[in-house]
Design a binder for this molecule. Structure first.
Ligand SMILES: Cc1ncc(COP(=O)(O)O)c(C=O)c1O
Length: 460
């Protein structure tokens, strides 16, 4: 037995692993606060002690199929690796699996999107969209379109480029000025706003007027693209009002910038459609995806590029000087193809469509709890925004530390649910369960959250 094997695995992690977005130095003496997940089955995962949890967050919003399809994916992976383990999509070279996947994606993508540029994950897909937007404008004689527009509170990745599309100083500091000159406009949350904004028409008009004013103030000839999620994850499953995406399309057409739908979370069934934008009749110029494209069985990202853009990009002699070694890796592409096949064969999107009404009702009922200020979401994607002990609905430092940072996450875990508890700006409890979850799993998730938030309400 090696020295490492004699130690608890969490302690080894603490000595050797730098976790993402984690206070690595505060994990407790021997890593006892660390959840080490060893195996998965259906919508459940088990930790190294054998404790079972409902994976209410699909890993990190990616395990659409849950954890029981391993043998099928292993068969697809083995077949691919026996035939071809690697081949680049670089300088005029390609391989059949990526080609087949690109063709398959064009069939489910919004109507005017035919081409795909592959990458390894979401942030790379978003940076690709930015670089393609810049190339597109430069090739059309508008190199001065150097600015992006993003929405407040949004998250599009943590690379130096994609960080520019995030206005949260907690994420951007201490990394210096943003790489991309970005302006921020309101997201579509209306929680806490005047009652008149409950009307979709009023809210949409306000949001679009703000956006148009921003574009005009900056100079339309300087704006390259706007990036937005169909339902914004950060800030808590923020759905758009009716007419919003049509308004974005109209402004993009009027002022000549490209509209990018970031579907890294909302794609591949999360909202009951192949793309979340389909729910809102969004017609973007590019769509960024990752996560659910493989249901988390392999890493892959992709930027789906509309014909308006590829008509310019694919002009004879134009070199697309951008790329990644592992773009569309044969293994990941084979897994993605099998994932799309399974999602269709096993009617997984139909499962979301069939159960989303019940889940909506169960989640809406949480609004009766004093600590719940708002419930937002759609499909298999919901958040409760919490309100606290201060007059303005905020939380005192004491309540934040006691409830949001401690009691709520601890009780959810003790009750056997992995859900996300945000303890920044607006405190939230969020779920994005695997899309294969049945009614009993969804009911259990809602019941656990109700129980924990009832206890938290009593302590305010
Ligand atoms: C909307 C959105 N875009 C981009 C990303 C970045 O994806 P990745 O972590 O694969 O780089 C994320 C990650 O959560 C995301 O939620």
């Amino acid at each position: 037995m090696t020295a490492a094997a004699a130690q608890p695995i969490a302690a080894i992690a603490q000595r050797h692993l730098l976790l993402n977005m984690t206070a690595n130095g505060s994990l407790g003496g021997e890593g006892e606060d660390l959840l080490v997940v060893r195996r998965g089955e259906g919508p459940y995962v088990d930790d190294t002690d054998g404790t079972r949890y409902i994976d209410g967050l699909s890993g990190l919003y990616c395990c659409q199929l849950g954890y029981s399809y391993g043998p099928e994916f292993a068969e697809a992976a083995e077949r691919q690796l026996r035939e071809l383990s690697y081949s680049p999509l670089w300088t005029g070279s390609a391989h059949p699996t990526a080609i087949e996947l690109a063709e398959r994606l064009s069939r489910i993508a919004p109507v005017d999107i035919e081409h795909t540029f592959f990458s390894s994950g979401g942030a790379e897909a978003v940076e690709t969209a930015w670089k393609i937007a810049r190339r597109y404008h430069a090739l059309r004689g508008e190199p001065g379109r150097v600015k992006a527009i993003a929405r407040r509170g949004a998250y599009h990745g943590l690379t130096v480029g994609t960080l520019s599309f995030t206005d949260d100083p907690g994420l951007t500091e201490p990394y210096g000025p943003p790489a991309i000159d970005t302006r921020f406009v309101s997201n579509t949350s209306r929680f806490g706003l005047a009652p008149e904004f409950a009307d979709d028409e009023v809210w949409t008009a306000w949001l679009l007027a703000e956006l148009e004013a921003t574009i005009l103030a900056e100079g339309p000839e300087t704006v390259a693209m706007l990036i937005a999620e169909p339902v914004q994850n950060r800030g808590g499953c923020i759905t758009p009002p009716r007419g919003y995406w049509q308004g974005l399309r109209a402004l993009a057409d009027r002022y000549g910038f490209l509209l990018v739908a970031d579907e890294v979370i909302t794609g591949f069934g999360r909202l009951g459609e192949w793309f979340g934008g389909d729910r809102y009749d969004a017609r973007p110029d590019m769509v960024t995806v990752a996560k659910g494209i493989t249901s988390g069985y392999a890493p892959l990202g992709a930027t789906l590029v509309g014909t308006k853009v590829t008509d310019v990009l694919n002009r004879p002699g134009v070199v697309l000087n951008h790329g990644y070694t592992f773009a569309g890796h044969p293994l990941s592409a084979a897994i993605a193809l099998r994932n799309l096949e399974i999602l269709e064969r096993d009617h997984v999107l139909d499962n979301v469509r069939a159960l989303q009404g019940d889940l909506a009702q169960r989640m809406a009922a949480l609004k009766d709890l004093p600590i719940v200020g708002d419930v937002r979401g759609t499909g298999f994607f919901y958040s409760c925004e919490l309100v606290g002990d201060l007059d303005d609905g905020g939380f005192s430092d004491l309540a934040r530390a006691g409830l949001i940072a401690d009691l709520i996450p601890r009780r959810l875990r003790e009750a056997g649910l992995l859900a996300r508890v945000y303890n920044r700006s607006a405190p939230l409890v969020q779920i994005a369960p695997p899309l294969i979850s049945d009614r009993s799993v969804l009911d259990r998730i809602a019941a656990i959250i109700a129980g924990v938030l009832a206890e938290a309400s009593a302590r305010i």
